[in-house]
Design a protein around this ligand. Sequence first.
Ligand SMILES: [Mg+2]
Length: 385
Amino acid sequence: MKITTVKTAATAGHCMHIWVRIETDAGITGLGECVHGGHAAIALIHEFAPRLVGRDPFAVDAIFEELRRSLVFEGGFAGALITALTGIEIALWDLKGKALEVPVYELLGGKFRDKVRVYADCQVEPGMNFDEIRRVVDDVLVRGFTALKVDLDIHAYGHAQSEVAGFHKDRFNQTAGAWEHDRMVKLAGMVKAAAGKEVDVACDVHTRLDVPSAIRLARDLEPLNLMWLEEPVPPENIDAMREIKRSTTTPICAGENLYLRQGFRELIEKQAVDIIMPDIPKCGGLSECRKIANLAEIYYIPFAPHNVASPIGTMASAHVCATVPNFLVLEFHWLHRDFWSTIVTQQRDIIVDGHIALDDSPGIGLDLDEAVARAHQYPGTTWFE
Ligand SMILES: [Mg+2]
């Protein structure tokens, strides 16, 4: 079997969702999804396509690593280039599973578990009172989720700083003032109170803080027994992250802005976080994230992938989650997009009672409904060309 064509399409959802379809001379195709690579990733996939044509599609890891190593001088260790390779990698795994008529998890070593626990990212807004927060939380819990995440930082809501009195006096300084600190602690407390003791709650601050603000926040959140506090500081200084982790009993989680196992090495070796959260359809794909999880596992660090993908990228991530011992929980970020369960031809919600079940379907196990997807085509992109 040889690869004959590599095509892309893109839809608008949480962000730009890039689809990669790889076709073969045997008539078997594979579909991959990658996120956060933007127009640059689409251009790169088309640039790589001639190098894939004529190749054996089963050599997934070798194709990925050959392309990546040849592109080191172009930045083959992070960013859109790795995301482009990720879309190709996931399509190759889907293709291989379909050709061999086995689910991808069987090709990755087999299952540790039959279903994967999922947490819901839910939207609370600054200024919501307790009853409003409880409605948001109840909307998640009624669907069967037992874990959720909220954003604490105001920047996450797209507010200009001038709209919120008392917030940062300076756009670039990362210090949380007294008003902002108290608002974040109070918001987290209301969410935890609304969710109840049995529900796991994570809080995200999207890299917005400096070290003293992050330590103060993490310490003041300790009584809430959060599942984690996410990305308290920017991703590139591992020692600063470790300083926060060692200053608090609130678990610290990070990694959604790192790429490849090389990008996670220092974070894991220095034990700078309590939990890692690679974004599988962004940072290197299924083989790579399994290796990242395995590296974390020898330090007894749990693996809780970040995820904003459609059902297809989410299911691809779930295949990895099933095959590693240290999996904790996988993100779901499409709570309020009505085409979540209709963008796949299977026409079903893959999440039942807060879990994704892995069945015996070959490949990733889901197919794109192009009519639904195309209604959300990303402006300025082509459709499977
Ligand atoms: Mg985050």
